[in-house]
Design a protein around this ligand. Structure first.
Ligand code: G6Q
Length: 549
């Protein structure tokens, strides 16, 4: 199979990029009044405006030709039909089956996994209702008031981001907390105000071997047993979500209390499964289903819309255009909605763990830049922090601006101010302001020439900085489901274009293995260590302080 960079469409794009690097968006907008209409897509839950990119109709045609040459549609079909496209782990990639709300049968090795998903959902529903309605009792007969979800990475970020985003939709039935860090400070702070009689722990771990999660789960178990003086209390207070039932049972969790995961659900795509149980407990099961419905809506759009009108495809192609062809090295995710305060962190994992790789799925080193680093912060806070860099540094950072027409918590006067900034920022990033204008503006305020000469260069904004705007009607379980699925499919398409296996994460293994070795050495200080001089020096410094105390 050919390397991407030898494709005809790739080479045309390389040539086209040379032309487009000379273009300014201001000129492109003045040449074409229909730009917004041409370069925006309206979906039931959101509007995507991508007109503020350094693109023309020709750019889009060539990007679509690239998508076709890379057979994006064929790969999409492979994913949805359960082919083992996670090639390095030899697994299917079927998070879409978890939200297949039409419940169309899907067979994997002879098993209709739609049935398995539906029965897992029924179990989640019954459990959620029992706990929320107070029928599930703790060891002393009291109802559960607090849920502590223990998990890390894909078993934490998605559910926590969604729980935070949908806080306004939660009632007072339960308080949901998350523990992910192995730094004991987090679990200690979470447990301190809680009453063990009323706490339910959910240990979420696909493998049920992750050191951090197991360490936190054991601490939680000790805390519970110390308070209840009863090993049997575990059955009333511990739930597991895992693909490794044996390990969960060995840990002491009742078989009845285990929710199943499948190997075809990747960690960072798992919030739609029982990994989303804390979300369902917090919001109620119906709202969890609405989240799945919103995602399913985008799955259908992704499968049915022509590539030119396909929002995830367009977002992926633009990312490839901006990074691989125009040379941007990072991308900002900038939500202008307080509910989405964890979205950038979530997107960091979703995109960087998926596509932050440099060999193709055939194991060959790629000869082009792959994905940018992803970073970001809530809109207004970021404006008063790093937007200076977005506007005037000599690095171009393409940015996704995500906002909502209506606030979920309307407070008079606030939302208009927020949204005025939302619209102004993408405009300013695009138009910039040239020296002539800066000088004229300063003159108009009565400034003397000497001052103008000194200050004008500092006030010039070159503009031409690409942004996408995603405008949602309002954050809700449904629209949030759509937003997350939009990005999931964007990441998938990007992986296909870049010829990267988006569904493994070998890059997290090396450090884990070394940490295990070093952990053993820390437990046995007398054992001589033989690392490089830096690592030896650091460990010695650490141990000397500990042994002196
Ligand atoms: C996600 C990754 C990774 C994983 C965590 C937790 O796609 O695989 O972030 O989710 O390492 O793993 P467990 O769920 O197995 O504890």
């Amino acid at each position: 199979m050919s390397n991407r960079s030898s494709l005809k469409s790739w080479q045309s794009l390389e040539n086209h990029a040379l032309e487009m690097k000379q273009q300014h968006m201001n000129e492109l907008f003045s040449l074409d009044e229909q730009r917004f209409d041409k370069f925006s897509i309206q979906l039931p839950s959101m509007l995507l405006d991508y007109s503020k990119n350094v693109i023309t109709g020709k750019t889009i045609d060539q990007l679509i030709a690239l998508a076709e040459e890379c057979d994006v549609s064929g790969w999409r079909e492979k994913m949805f039909s359960g082919q083992r496209i996670n090639s390095t782990e030899d697994r299917a990639v079927l998070h879409t089956a978890l939200r297949n709300r039409k419940q169309t049968p899907l067979y994997l090795e002879g098993e209709n996994i739609t049935d398995s998903v539906e029965s897992a959902l029924s179990k989640m529903k019954a459990f959620t209702e029992e706990v929320r309605q107070g029928q599930w009792k703790g060891y002393s007969g009291k109802r559960i008031t607090d849920v502590v979800s223990i998990g890390v990475g894909g078993s934490n970020l998605g559910p926590q981001m969604v729980t935070e985003a949908l806080k306004q939709y939660s009632d007072d039935s339960l308080n949901v907390h998350y523990v992910s860090n192995v730094d004991g400070t987090q679990i200690a702070n979470v447990l301190r105000p809680l009453n063990p009689e009323k706490v339910l722990f959910i240990v979420s771990s696909k493998t049920f071997t992750t050191t951090e999660t197991m360490t936190n789960a054991r601490t939680a178990l000790k805390w519970l047993v110390a308070a209840s003086f009863d090993d049997k209390a575990v059955a009333k207070h511990f739930i597991a979500v895992t693909a490794n039932k044996d390990n969960a049972v060995n840990f002491g969790i009742d078989e009845e209390n285990i929710f199943e995961l499948w190997d075809w659900v990747g960690g960072r795509f798992s919030l739609w499964s029982a990994i989303g149980l804390p979300i369902a407990l917090d919001l109620g099961f119906e709202k969890f289903i609405e989240l799945l419905e919103g995602a399913h809506e985008i799955d259908e759009h992704f499968c049915q819309a022509p590539l030119t009108e396909n929002a995830p495809v367009i977002l992926a192609l633009l990312s490839v255009w901006n990074c691989t062809f125009l040379g941007a090295q990072s991308q900002a995710i900038l939500p202008y909605d307080q509910s989405l305060h964890m979205l950038s962190a979530y997107m960091q994992q979703a995109e960087m763990e998926s596509n932050g790789k440099s060999v193709t799925w055939h194991g060959k080193e790629v000869n082009y830049p792959t994905v940018p680093s992803i970073w970001g912060e809530l809109g207004i806070n970021g404006q008063h922090a790093f937007y200076q860099y977005l506007h005037q540094s000599n690095n171009i950072v393409p940015a996704d601006f995500i906002g909502s027409v209506e606030s979920v918590t309307p407070v008079q006067g606030h939302h208009q101010t927020l949204m005025a900034n939302f619209f102004a920022q993408t405009q300013a990033l695009m138009t910039g302001v040239d020296e002539q204008q800066v000088r004229a503006d300063l003159k108009a305020t009565g400034r003397v020439d000497e001052y103008i000469d000194k200050v004008a260069p500092h006030k010039v904004h070159k503009g031409n900085r690409p942004t996408n705007t995603i405008l949602m009607k309002r954050i809700s379980p449904r629209t949030l489901g759509s937003l997350i699925a939009l990005y999931e499919h964007k990441i998938f398409v990007q992986g296909i274009i870049l010829q990267i296996c988006s569904f493994d994460q070998w890059g997290v293994e090396l450090g884990k293995g070394l940490a295990n070795k070093i952990h053993q050495q820390l437990d046995q200080p007398k054992v001589s260590i033989n690392h490089d001089s830096s690592t030896n020096g650091l460990i010695n410094f650490y141990q000397n302080i500990i042994s002196a105390e």
